[in-house]
Design a protein around this ligand. Structure first.
Ligand SMILES: [Cu+2]
Length: 172
């Protein structure tokens, strides 16, 4: 499997292609000189509450300017939100944010206990092993089509490397 580079260097590593399938980028017109965003490891946890699921991925900005995730859409969910998990005393709470900044030269890992995407009002059942397309919208890089893979809830910690007990979306 070969690396695939699309317009304006919204590149994606070969490892991501193995995991996540096809990619398309459509950068906006007033974007900075150098855009180089890589998205990989796109996972959705099996919905344990029926109607919603959390989605995680890694995004690396090797470009010359900060970018930000500003929107998400998929046929798998009627509503999507960008969430941040924050500790309040002993309680993990999540709150909606308008955008997730990806500073130039940094990698952001969306993971249990941190940032994640919420897929709400799911349009159908999602089973471990299923895959579906998700369009990520970045302020400068434009839209990026990635493929998400559904993983079983018990595999979250192994795959994502974070304590699933901290995830407020988990079974209670
Ligand atoms: Cu959430």
């Amino acid at each position: 499997m070969t690396d695939r580079t699309c317009t304006h260097r919204c590149v994606r590593p070969a490892a991501a292609l193995l995991l996540a399938g096809a990619l398309a980028c459509s950068p906006d017109r007033d974007m900075p000189e150098s855009i180089d965003l890589q998205v990989s490891q796109v996972y959705v946890t099996e919905p344990v509450l029926g109607e919603r699921a959390a989605m995680y991925f890694s995004v690396t900005n090797n470009g010359s300017a900060d970018d930000a995730l500003v929107g998400v859409s998929t046929e798998a969910a009627r509503v999507t939100e960008i969430h941040r998990t924050a500790r309040e005393g002993d309680v993990m709470r999540m709150e909606r944010v308008e955008a997730l900044t990806v500073p130039a030269g940094t990698r952001i890992d969306l993971a249990p206990g941190g940032y994640h995407l919420m897929l709400l009002k799911l349009t159908g059942h999602l089973f471990p092993g299923d895959g579906f397309d998700v369009t990520l919208r970045f302020r400068h890089a434009g839209t990026m089509l990635v493929r998400a893979r559904v993983i079983a809830y018990e595999d979250v910690e192994q795959v994502l490397g974070s304590p699933s007990a901290q995830d407020p979306h988990g079974p209670r």
